[in-house]
Design a protein around this ligand. Structure first.
Ligand code: AMP
Ligand code: MG
Length: 355
């Protein structure tokens, strides 16, 4: 399949190209497009064949449901069978934006889109290109991240092209995304509402609107003995080709540990990469050291994470060490993705008696 690649600036959403992309979606085709979180791989959410094509293009297990993207509040009632008051409250506070709600689905939404579930995930993105495209596509666009299943989500179009060229009809290159991590997912079919995936919208922000909010404890721990409530969270994700280890502890201890490990790995013939904060990055010695941003600039860390993991693949790094980050606020989402990328491989130096 020939994939058409088009460039559209956010400030100047080209109506003609977006209309064309909308037609592709209406006709059952697939279009990758930028959102404020990561690039999405869109198909018509109400067309079961489009959903099947999305799973095939990504190599995604078909029990991992898709998020339906809408652009207008009035379209919500068509795809869900019930809109609880909590949904209206958080929509008012955070839509359009990086928040996905789980609600009971209506008959209009095929089971292919929801991975066989009676609930549907819905989000209204804020990115102007995404919003226009959804409108032109008829209102309902199912869109998981536009990467081959298991790889880091694309934050720039280059990686969408790498993964999806030849597999889908069109790719809209709208530059680098703003946030860089996928949306927060909250389940409103239970009480109190439960966060299933952390993101830019933090538990605190949600609690300010909803009162009590629970969190799925599998988001940070691999040892709960339970399956995550969001089916997709059980899969290994975001994984670079090199073996990734997160090292936590006092900054100075982490530095010493990683440098020692890196030297030993290099001796054994490995190519070693380090993900470091700006504050410490000049202190490391390894084959490739990448600054992910200042320890205090969570938004930079989030935006850089997936790109850096992809760059390590390009540079054929075989071992990667990353500093750990604070698990407060938005930092929760960063650590959740990093832990998944590392398959929960963490060295906690403060728990070790001696170095
Ligand atoms: P992605 O679109 O790649 O960011 O992944 C979507 C995430 O939303 C996956 O982790 C899915 O398991 C989750 N998800 C989608 N629909 C539902 C649903 N109805 N119930 C629970 N989780 C869902
Ligand atoms: Mg994904």
């Amino acid at each position: 399949m020939e994939t058409k690649i088009v460039l559209i600036a956010q400030e100047e959403p080209r109506e003609d190209l977006l209309r064309e992309a909308g037609e592709v979606l209406k006709n059952g085709g697939l279009v990758a497009f930028p959102t404020e979180t990561v690039y999405g791989l869109g198909g018509d959410a109400l067309n079961k064949d489009s959903a099947r094509k999305i799973y095939a293009a990504k190599g995604r297990p078909s029990d991992n449901p898709l998020i339906v993207h809408i652009s207008r509040m009035e379209d919500l009632t068509d795809i869900v069978s019930q809109v609880p008051r909590e949904a209206l409250k958080i929509a008012e506070a955070f839509w359009p934006g990086p928040l996905t709600m789980i609600l009971p689905k209506s008959d209009k939404v095929p089971y292919e889109t929801t991975g066989g579930l009676d609930t549907v995930a819905v989000r209204m993105p804020s990115h102007p290109i995404a919003r226009k495209l959804i409108e032109y596509a008829g209102g309902y666009v199912a869109a998981p991240s536009a990467n081959v299943s298991g790889k880091p989500s694309p934050t720039v179009a280059k990686y969408v092209v790498e993964d999806m060229q030849g597999r889908i009809d069109m790719i809209i290159d709208g530059g680098e995304v703003g946030i860089g991590l996928e949306s927060t997912i909250i389940d409103l079919t239970v009480f109190p509402p439960q966060i299933l995936r952390p993101g830019y919208i933090t538990p605190k922000m949600l609690e300010q609107v909803l009162g009590r909010v629970d969190e799925d404890e599998t988001m940070f721990r691999a040892d709960t003995g339970q399956a995550p409530k969001a089916p997709g969270m059980k899969y290994r994700h975001y994984a670079p080709k090199g073996e990734l280890t997160i090292v936590q502890g006092d900054a100075e201890d982490v530095l010493v540990y990683i440098n020692r490990q890196a030297a030993a790995d290099i001796q054994c013939g490995h190519k070693v990469g380090v993900i470091a904060t700006e504050e410490l990055c000049r202190e490391y010695s390894a084959d490739v050291v990448k600054s992910i941003g200042s320890r205090h600039a969570e938004e930079d860390i989030a935006r850089n994470l997936y790109r850096i993991l992809r760059e390590f693949d390009e540079e054929q790094v075989t071992r990667i060490y990353s500093e750990g980050f604070a698990v407060e606020g938005f930092g929760q989402a960063i650590m959740n993705r990093l832990l998944k990328a590392a398959g929960h491989k963490v060295i906690n130096l403060s728990e070790k008696d001696s170095l």
